[in-house]
Design a protein around this ligand. Structure first.
Ligand code: SF4
Length: 423
């Protein structure tokens, strides 16, 4: 049984990554920052990331000293850093890629960046791996938000550029960059340090792809960011439970064996193999997995039958039209064809834009009251997300209190374990 944890968070400093850990899963935050359980896990990705960052650190240290190294020199730095990083503690999860494959990933990143940016004169490096931070007052207490900027540069137009290097496999889109708050928090620190700063550009070099994303925030976005960060710190400081938030990150969570969500996984792993197969829970999950597999196969089959049926229906209608009849005779059955004209309106899923236009037009007319229907999900979701304030919020709460009743909806979802073999 999961015990509520009463330990308080005593942090006085928060980094953007620390805040993100809480946002993604308060329990993971608790293990790492409240209970301070050290579980640093070295993966091939972290080895490559650290080696590439160290290589760029060396590159810009040389460039600021007036010397542009050759690509061969830089590769040498990278190879040394990678070799030092890849020790016996690296946890390799994907057998398809060996150490040499990972070494090459970082080497290619260095090459792509070098070729795309030499002679590195587009800006002037102000600092490398610079610690930045600022105080933030939350509920009457003062805390600090701190972190390290990979590289701080001054562009020829006088703008500061906060540069981050990413070795991730995936390339996020612009929206992701515009919503990122790590570099945006660093911007607040930079603006405090240099108050006459006009523009600050947030720049991410996705070095596996040779692609740079840039985001510029306005006053309103910066004010909102500060308010959001304060609100999050306040939530952390008032949290006495640090409830687990299971999700996709659980597969990589270093505290999985401690987490109450996976207590049964730990129990089953400790059973001798012969007992494991007889275990009640294990057998239920096996049976559920088998049923789910059958259900999926039947669903696929039904989908194929529906497609076949539609095709034959269309062929029959064509045949009837060509023959000038409305009933097509078979040996034991007959198929009758009716043609009826009907109006189809744009749907939310089919033609979203037209559907929105239609709704906007209808809303302007008295017809709206006649054709609009209550969307219970929208009411409950809106309440949960605190989408309204004041009178509207009170109204929504009172409607739900009057007409809603509490039930316990039990949902079972089958998820393949990350360490299980594919079928
Ligand atoms: S395993 Fe998942 S739910 Fe548990 S602490 Fe880790 S991220 Fe949170």
């Amino acid at each position: 049984m999961d015990q509520p944890h009463l330990e308080e968070d005593r942090s006085s400093k928060f980094s953007p990554s620390k805040l993100s850990v809480y946002q993604n899963c308060p329990r993971r935050y608790q293990y790492r920052y409240v209970d301070k359980i050290s579980r640093q896990r070295k993966t091939p990705e972290t080895v490559v990331g650290v080696a590439v960052h160290s290589t760029f650190e060396e590159l810009y240290a040389l460039v600021t000293g007036g010397k542009v190294p050759s690509l061969a020199d830089l590769h040498e730095v990278y190879e040394r850093e990678f070799a030092e990083g890849w020790d016996g503690s690296v946890v390799e999860k994907d057998a398809r890629f060996a150490k040499d494959d990972w070494r090459k990933v970082g080497r290619d990143c260095v090459q792509l960046y070098y070729e795309g940016h030499q002679p590195f004169a587009a800006d002037r490096t102000v600092a490398i791996e610079k610690r930045v931070g600022f105080p933030i007052t939350v509920d009457g207490h003062e805390y600090r938000i701190e972190g390290f900027v990979d590289r701080l540069a001054l562009a020829p137009d006088g703008a500061f550029e906060i540069v981050d290097y990413k070795t991730a496999k995936s390339l996020p889109n612009q929206q992701h960059a515009d919503e990122d708050w790590q570099l945006a928090l660093y911007e607040l620190a930079v603006r405090r340090e240099w108050p006459d700063t006009k523009e600050v550009r947030l720049k991410w070099h996705y070095v596996r792809h040779g692609k740079t994303l840039v985001s510029i925030r306005d006053d309103a976005a910066r004010a909102k960011l500060l308010a959001d960060a304060a609100e999050l710190i306040s939530r952390i400081k008032h949290d006495h439970e640090f409830a687990p938030r299971p999700g996709t990150l659980c597969d990589w969570c270093e505290y999985r064996d401690l987490c109450p969500v996976f207590a049964d996984e730990v129990r089953v792993a400790a059973l001798p193999p012969a007992e494991r197969a007889k275990d009640g829970g294990v057998r239920l999950v096996a049976s559920y997995a088998e049923i789910e597999g059958r259900r999926k196969r039947l669903k696929d089959e039904l989908k194929a039958v529906e497609a076949e049926r539609e095709k034959v229906e269309s062929d029959i209608a064509d045949w009837a039209e060509a023959a000038g009849v409305t009933t097509v005779a078979g040996e034991r059955a007959q198929a009758s064809v009716t043609v009826k004209e009907e109006i189809q309106l744009p749907t939310k899923t089919g033609e979203a834009e037209k559907h929105a236009e239609l709704e906007a037009e209808a809303r302007k007319t008295p017809l709206w009251a006649e054709v609009a229907r209550l969307d219970g999900h929208a009411l409950l979701d809106g309440l949960k997300a605190r989408r309204w304030t004041g009178e509207l919020l009170a109204l929504a709460e009172s409607l739900v209190a009057r007409f809603g009743h509490r039930t316990h909806k039990r949902t079972v979802r089958l998820k393949r374990r990350a360490d299980s073999e594919e079928d």
